[in-house]
Write a protein that binds this ligand. Structure first.
Ligand code: BES
Ligand code: MG
Ligand code: ZN
Length: 488
C-alpha cells in the first residue's frame, strides 16, 4: 500500500475517512464538510450517539451535495498512538464490505496521521501468494491511502521510522507464513543474503564451519534432514563508534517434526512456524537498518530442520556443545534449546555483546500459561526485564517474566552427561526448565533475556493490527527497546 501525506483539501470523490477523538468536537475542516453536506456528519453523529470511542465508526453513504461515495466517521479513542493504530484496524476490517482500495483520511494532526498510516500498514496484510483462484484471494486490500494533514513534511518524517518497522514486520510474517518446503535453511539464508541493500552485512556459516567451531548441539538437531544446517549473521553498524553490539538470536527450526521423538500430527502441522524467532530477528534487523537506528546490532539465526531419518539423532545420544558442555538428548523434540545454546556461546565469544536477547517458539507450555497475546520472558537481569516489560506495554506486545531457579535447574540432571535437554519430570515447569537450560550457556554474566514466543508468533483469530496468522510479534517490542535503551 502506498501512503501519501498531503495538505488539507477536501476531496470530491471516493471515500473520505474523518478521524474523531473521544468527546472531541468536529475540527474546522470536518465542520466545512458538515456544512457542505447539509449537516450529514452532525446528524449521523447524533442519530448514532457517536462519541468517537475506540472501535466505533459511522458509514455515511452518498452524502447529499457531494460527489463523495462515502464519509466514514472513525472513532480514535483518546487519540493516543495505540488508539489511532487500532482505529486504522477497525477501518481495514470494513474494506471488504465497503469495497475499498483507495481512501482519503482527514487526519489533521501530524503524529496522528503518521500513526494512522502505520496502523493501516500493519492491518492491511494478507498472505495470498499461493491462492491461484481469484475467489480465494482477498477481494479488497488497500493499495493507496492519502492522509490529509496540516504539515505533510512533518507527518512524513514521523512516519518514516514507523514504515521501517512495518516493513520488518511484513518480512517476519511472510517468512513465518511460508511453508517448510519453501523456507528451509538454504532458502532462508538466500533470502537473508538479499537484505544487503538495507544496510545489513550478511554472513552465512555452513555446517562444516560450524563443526569446526564445535557446535555439536545445533548440528545434532539438523543431522536427520536433507537440508544443510546453517547459521546466518546479520550485522548492522548504525553507531559510528565501535561500541559493543546488542545481540538478537533467533531459533530457526524451519520445520519441527519432533525428530525421532515424533510429534503427533495434531501438533506437528503448525510447526512451519518454528522458525518464528529467526524470522523476528530478521524483521527486526531490517527495521533497525531501514530506520537507521543509532546502534550496533547483531542478528544470529540458527537455521535447521528437525526431521527423523536414519541419520537423525536418537533419544539418549550425547552431543558436545560449543561451550564444551555435554548434553544427553533425551527428547529430540526439545530441539530449540540445542540450537540456541550454540548460538549463545558463539555470539558471546565472537561479539561480546552488551546485552543478548533470544527469541524462540520454544515451549508449548508458554502457550498454555500465557496464551496467544503475552510472551514469556526469562532473564538474569532485573533492569533489562523491567525495560522490556515497559517496551511491551508501550507497543502492546506484552511480556510477562516467568521464574528461573535451582528447582528447575535440578530437573536437568543427566545420568551420563553434564545435563539432559528436557526436564526429568514430565511437563513440570516446562518453559522455566527450558530457560534454565539456556542459562547454563551464559558467560561472564552477559545481560540476557530469553523471549518464548511459542504462543504469540501466530494468532488463530487475529488481534488488533495483527491479522490472523503470523503476527510478527517481537519486532515492535525490540525496536522500541533498542530505541529507548540502546540508542545513543
Ligand atoms: N517447537 C516446539 C514448541 C512449540 C509448541 C512451538 C507449540 C509453538 C507451538 C518445541 O520444539 C517443542 O517441541 N517443545 C516441547 C519440549 C518438550 C519436549 C520438553 C514441548 O513444548 O512440548
Ligand atoms: Mg520440538
Ligand atoms: Zn521446536
Amino acid at each position: 500500500m502506498k501512503i501519501h501525506f498531503s495538505s488539507i483539501a477536501l476531496p470530491n470523490s471516493g471515500t473520505l475517512v474523518v478521524l474523531v477523538n473521544d468527546n472531541a468536537p468536529l475540527s474546522e475542516y470536518a465542520k466545512q464538510l458538515d456544512e457542505k453536506t447539509q449537516g450529514a456528519l452532525t446528524r449521523a453523529i447524533q442519530v448514532e450517539q457517536f462519541s468517537g470511542k475506540k472501535n466505533s465508526l459511522i458509514n455515511i453513504v452518498a452524502p447529499a451535495n457531494s460527489e463523495l461515495n462515502r464519509i466514514v466517521i472513525l472513532g480514535t479513542g483518546n487519540g493516543s498512538d495505540i488508539d489511532t493504530q487500532h482505529a486504522a484496524d477497525t477501518l481495514v476490517k470494513q474494506i471488504e464490505t465497503y469495497q475499498l482500495t483507495t481512501i482519503t483520511v482527514l487526519a489533521e494532526q501530524e503524529q496522528q496521521a503518521a500513526q494512522f498510516a502505520y496502523g493501516l500498514q500493519l492491518s492491511n496484510y494478507r498472505f495470498d501468494k499461493y491462492r491461484t483462484r481469484s475467489e480465494l484471494q482477498a477481494k479488497y486490500l488497500l493499495t493507496e491511502a492519502h492522509l490529509l494533514t496540516t504539515n505533510p513534511e512533518q507527518a512524513q518524517a514521523l512516519y518514516a521510522p514507523l514504515e521501517a518497522v512495518a516493513e520488518g514486520i511484513t518480512i517476519t510474517r511472510d517468512l513465518v507464513w511460508e511453508p517448510a518446503n519453501v523456507v528451509y535453511p538454504e532458502s532462508f539464508a538466500e533470502f537473508c543474503q538479499k537484505l544487503a541493500p538495507y544496510g545489513l552485512e550478511i554472513d552465512v556459516v555452513n555446517s562444516q564451519q560450524m563443526a569446526e567451531l564445535g557446535m555439536g548441539a545445533l548440528l545434532g538437531v539438523g543431522q536427520g534432514s536433507m537440508h544443510e544446517s546453517l547459521m546466518v549473521i546479520l550485522k548492522y553498524n548504525g553507531s559510528n563508534n565501535d561500541e559493543a553490539p546488542v545481540a538478537f538470536l533467533g531459533k530457526g527450526v524451519t520445520f519441527d517434526s519432533g525428530g525421532l521423538s515424533l510429534k503427533p500430527n495434531s501438533s506437528m502441522n503448525t510447526m512451519k512456524e518454528d522458525m518464528g524467532g529467526a524470522a523476528t530477528v530478521t524483521g527486526l534487523m531490517v527495521a533497525l537498518a531501514k530506520r537507521q537506528a543509532n546502534v550496533n546490532a547483531i542478528g544470529v539465526l540458527g537455521l535447521v530442520e528437525n526431521m527423523p531419518s536414519d541419520k537423525a539423532q536418537r533419544p539418549s545420544d550425547v552431543v558436545t556443545s560449543m561451550s564444551g558442555q555435554t548434553i544427553e538428548v533425551m527428547n529430540t523434540d526439545a530441539e530449540g534449546r540445542l540450537v540456541l545454546c550454540d548460538l549463545m556461546t558463539y555470539t558471546q565469544r565472537t561479539f561480546k555483546p552488551k546485552a543478548m536477547f533470544d527469541l524462540a517458539t520454544l515451549t508449548g507450555a508458554v502457550l498454555i500459561a500465557l496464551g496467544e497475546e503475552i510472551a514469556g520472558i526469562f532473564s538474569n537481569d532485573d533492569a533489562l526485564s523491567a525495560q522490556i516489560t515497559a517496551a511491551g506495554e508501550t507497543e502492546q506486545e506484552s511480556v510477562w517474566r516467568l521464574p528461573m531457579g535451582g528447582q528447575f535447574d535440578r530437573l536437568l540432571k543427566s545420568e551420563i552427561a553434564d545435563m539432559r535437554n528436557n526436564g526429568n519430570k514430565l511437563r513440570i515447569g516446562g518453559s522455566s526448565v527450558a530457560a534454565q537450560f539456556l542459562y547454563r550457556f551464559i558467560e561472564n554474566e552477559t545481560p540476557w533475556v530469553h523471549i518464548d514466543i511459542a504462543g504469540t508468533a501466530w494468532t488463530g483469530e487475529g488481534l488488533p493490527n495483527k491479522p490472523k496468522g503470523a503476527t510478527g510479534f517481537g519486532v515492535r517490542l525490540l525496536d522500541r527497546l533498542v530505541k529507548e535503551q540502546f540508542e545513543a
